[in-house]
Ligand binder design. Structure first.
Ligand SMILES: [Zn+2]
Length: 256
């Protein structure tokens, strides 16, 4: 058989890219449904994003909230493509206004492949009260030494506002947005989803513990051992199966 021509090689490369992007779209749509089912955005508003590896393009939710749709049925066609500057490149639905929250974090952090913006109740309450969430309990170590609070309560709908979130996050994985919600970042779509749940579970536990007495954070040594090395991979690997089951499409004969 003859070696593929240049045109054939380009065709195969394009097909491979499109298949990879479709897989990312499916995973991202699934995470929206899971976060909705898990109550991470009580008013069904919020969004997740994913960088397309090796490009300056990002997959993000279209503004389906504008038509009153719930995020419990997000599908691949609801995901659109923007570049890191926020320009809308592909897709039928205008991207969400707060895309700059995602994009500025990704610009500053090449290690970040996915961002979730949620309005989870307990974590948001800490911002309302101006109390930092501490690393407590089984799920809290990744949030050490504490979760910063952005002292700004408006929409993150410009690059400048996105940079405020990114600057505050620094090398961490979470920020609480005062009177608004949270932003979390991770190295994959699934891990960003797990981080959003872990932040809410940690905030909930911190709040309950605070009713009982002084809150004792996880030791620095334990935080370090989870934040670095193999235990970090373990932290995420053991959790995904649990959250994946929340997908209302799980077990249905659909390409999820
Ligand atoms: Zn928001």
């Amino acid at each position: 058989m003859n070696a593929p021509t240049g045109r054939m090689t380009d065709f195969i490369r394009k097909q491979t890219y499109e298949t990879e992007v479709l897989q990312l779209r499916r995973r991202l749509a699934k995470v929206h449904r899971i976060l909705t089912a898990g109550g991470m955005w009580p008013l069904t508003k919020g969004h997740a994003s994913a960088r397309i590896p090796g490009t300056d393009k990002v997959l993000i939710l279209g503004h389906i909230h504008a038509t009153g749709r719930s995020l419990d049925q997000v599908d691949v066609d609801d995901i659109v493509v923007v570049n890191l500057e926020g320009e809308w490149l592909e897709g039928e639905i205008e991207p969400v206004d707060e895309r700059y929250l995602h994009l500025e974090i990704m610009k500053a952090r090449p290690d970040v492949m996915s961002v979730v913006h949620a309005h989870s109740t307990y974590a948001t309450a800490f911002g309302v009260a101006d109390v930092n969430i501490l690393p407590v309990g089984n799920r809290g170590a990744i949030f050490g030494p504490s979760v910063p609070i952005l002292q700004f309560d408006r929409q993150i709908d410009t690059p400048e506002r996105g940079r405020m979130v990114s600057d505050l996050m620094g090398k961490g994985c979470a920020v609480v947005l005062k009177n608004h919600g949270v932003a979390v970042a991770s190295d994959s779509i699934e891990n960003a989803c797990i981080t959003a749940f872990a932040l809410e579970e940690t905030a909930h536990l911190h709040w309950i513990a605070a009713q009982l007495g002084p809150v004792q954070r996880i030791s620095t040594g334990e935080v370090q051992s989870v934040l670095t090395g193999a235990r970090k991979a373990e932290f995420f690997a053991h959790a995904w199966g649990h959250y994946a089951k929340l997908d209302p499409w799980d077990g249905m004969n659909r390409p999820v």
